[in-house]
Design a protein around this ligand. Structure first.
Ligand code: CDP
Length: 207
């Protein structure tokens, strides 16, 4: 059983996916970490994330240890991730790893942008989690402040809009709901309410 959770930045995919995986006893992969790890490798070597060849080489060398590194959640890494994610060679290099992860028994929850459309088009459950840009910026701002990272709401909001635009405009695997995805708008929902709806959908598909 594969559960695909896609959607834009800070819509609540991570929180929902972790909780679904823990409840179902499934494996969980935050696929954003793969792109973040590629971005982090480039930043560490002083390479430009927009350098297509350097980014593709970094993606091909990526191993499981790279996605367990510290610092991948930092904002500059997120920005680099968003740039390398538009590179088709980077995306191609990461496909097999994600598909193998998804195939593990008894099941897997993968969250990202293109899980239901490109990585696992046959997933039994596909959710596309959205929320208004204002609410997503507020959530991301709270998260950063909670970790002690300095950030203004205005800067977070601007950054989120730039990432949305890059994710949606890219030619390869643009972020969009699969035709058979259920769209879950979390703008006015608590994390508990989102989880209740999602687990209900998963259970209805697995019985
Ligand atoms: O939530 P946020 O965008 O900050 O981060 P993330 O989900 O960790 O993803 C980092 C970046 O990787 C995003 O800005 C996307 O551009 C990209 N990404 C992607 O293209 N495809 C995925 N399956 C996951 C992430």
């Amino acid at each position: 059983m594969i559960v695909a959770i896609d959607g834009p930045s800070a819509a609540g995919k991570g929180t929902l996916s972790r909780r679904l995986a823990a409840t179902l006893g499934y494996h969980h992969l935050d696929t954003g970490l793969l792109y973040r790890a590629v971005g982090a490798r480039l930043l560490a070597t002083g390479a430009d994330p927009a350098d297509a060849e350097a980014a593709a080489a970094a993606a091909r060398k990526l191993g499981p240890a790279d996605i367990a590194r510290e610092g991948l959640r930092e904002e500059d890494v997120g920005r680099a991730a968003s740039v390398v994610a538009a590179n088709p060679a980077v995306r191609a290099a990461l496909v097999e790893f994600q598909r193998r992860f998804a195939a593990q028994p008894p099941g897997a929850v993968l969250d990202g942008r293109d899980i239901g459309t490109v990585i696992c088009p046959g997933a039994e459950v596909k959710l596309y989690v959205v929320a208004s840009a204002e609410v997503r910026a507020r959530r991301r701002h709270d998260e950063l402040r909670g970790r002690g990272e300095p950030a203004t709401y205005a800067a977070v909001f601007r950054d989120l809009q730039e990432r949305d635009a890059r994710d949606q405009a890219r030619g390869t695997a643009p972020a969009k709901p699969a035709e058979d995805a259920i769209v879950l708008d979390t703008t006015d929902l608590t994390a508990d309410e989102v989880f209740a709806q999602a687990i209900g959908i998963v259970r209805s598909r697995s019985s």
